[in-house]
Design a protein. Structure first.
Length: 363
């Protein structure tokens, strides 16, 4: 740990997006931080798409998640500024599109739910017809029905983000230990944050998590290809979801979501890859000339109620895990809450949950 500062020591177990973002917030607030990470192979944030959607994540029954997501989206510009690399932000807007009238009805139900829970969202989530969809994204299919634009809901390049976060955490004086932690009692630190994704279960058996597997593809543009979309495209196609997230050199296509029979190594299944390719090329026919450079799969760390588990376990240990399909989106929000738990500011006790309104963090 950085011994130049007299601050309290914090060991962070897990160097994924949650662990690193919390480590950065804590280091910036004066903690002496050490990050223990088991390696990149089972890191969900590495395979992810990096979408930052709150309005688009609003599903009936998930009221609390909508509130957390909306707060976290607003914290992202500060985090990107802290990282000092605007290119981390890959898109600043999402376009939702429906292929059939049934798909359009499904999207209308989601929009209705968001508007009812967040009245101000009328300005940010706006219906668009096919003509406007084609004007904004000429590469999309001409057989779409209608859609919505979600302003301010973009995406980050998640791999660039992880690299910049690690640089920033190191730059803030933290140390890294490349090892799997097997027992929290072995860790020498005033406080311990367990942010180990699905690996949290092995360290804190009371934290109830399950995996939701997802296939995801990375396509690279060739010299003969049409340009990638310039915003996130989230489509409902004949009852299935597919999204296209722009990158400098192409698009990320995602993602399936199902409970895996086996939580071993996350290997993509043929059916998931075939469905994604079929839906993506129907949505944007020009993708047929792109190169398929990666077919990946990851395991989302999920809780039973869909909300992340962020709380104090005992005097020394805090947990932040179970971010499901939204861990990248929710990273700044999580860091704000964790910082409050670590410093005791405005914290009411172990029962502090994600319903607590976090104020601004260190950035
Ligand atoms: C296909 C797919 C697409 C996704 N798309 C999006 C998206 O567009 N937007 C979004 O917001 N979210 C998305 N997600 C979800 C997001 O990736 C996760 O919610 C997020 O990565 C969880 O972050 P985490 O840091 O808790 O866990 P992880 O990213 O899994 O990181 C956990 C880290 O802990 C380490 N670790 C585990 N056990 C130990 C141990 N015992 N000792 C030391 N280190 C340990 C691991 O090596 C790993 O580095 C997607 C996920 C998948 C699978």
């Amino acid at each position: 740990m950085n011994t130049e500062h007299p601050g309290p020591t914090l060991a962070v177990v897990g160097g994924g997006v949650i662990g690193l973002t919390c480590a950065l917030a804590a280091a910036d607030a004066g903690h002496r931080v050490r990050v223990h990470d088991a390696g990149v192979t089972d890191r969900a944030a590495w395979v992810a798409a990096g979408m930052l959607g709150s309005l688009g994540e609003g599903h009936p029954g998930e009221d609390e998640l909508l509130v957390c997501s909306a707060r976290s989206v607003r914290r992202w510009p500060d985090l990107v500024a802290r990282l000092g690399d605007p290119a981390v932000m890959a898109a600043t807007e999402s376009l939702f599109v429906a292929e059939t009238s049934a798909d359009a009805e499904y999207l209308a139900n989601l929009a209705g739910f968001v508007w009812s829970r967040a009245p101000r969202s009328h300005e940010d989530l706006r219906p668009v017809d096919l003509a406007e969809i084609r004007r904004r994204e000429p590469g999309l299919s001409s057989r779409l029905h209608s859609g919505y634009v979600a302003a301010g809901e973009g995406a980050v390049d998640n791999r660039r983000l992880l690299s910049r976060l690690r640089d920033a955490v190191a730059g803030a004086g933290a140390q890294f230990v490349d090892e799997r932690v097997t027992d929290l009692a072995d860790i020498d630190a005033d406080q311990v944050l367990v942010a180990a994704g699905l690996g949290t279960r092995a360290l804190l058996p009371d934290v109830d998590l399950h995996a939701a597997k997802g296939e995801i593809l990375r396509l690279r543009r060739t010299r003969w290809s049409v340009a990638p979309p310039s915003r996130v495209i989230r489509a409902r196609m004949r009852g299935r979801q597919v999204y296209l997230v722009p990158r400098d050199d192409g698009v990320v296509v995602g993602a399936t979501q199902y409970e895996p029979l086996d939580e071993g190594e996350a290997v993509p299944e043929v059916g998931g890859v075939a469905d994604l390719l079929a839906d993506a090329t129907d949505l944007m026919p020009g993708l047929r000339t792109y190169e398929l450079v990666e077919a990946g799969a990851g395991l989302r760390p999920c809780t039973a109620d869909g909300l992340p588990d962020i709380r104090r376990i005992d005097d020394r240990v805090v947990v932040a895990a179970g971010h499901g399909r939204n861990g990248i989106l929710l990273a700044p929000y999580t860091a704000d809450i964790v910082l409050r738990l670590l410093t005791g500011s405005d914290v009411v006790g172990p029962e502090l949950s994600t319903t607590t309104t976090p104020g601004g963090g260190t950035w």
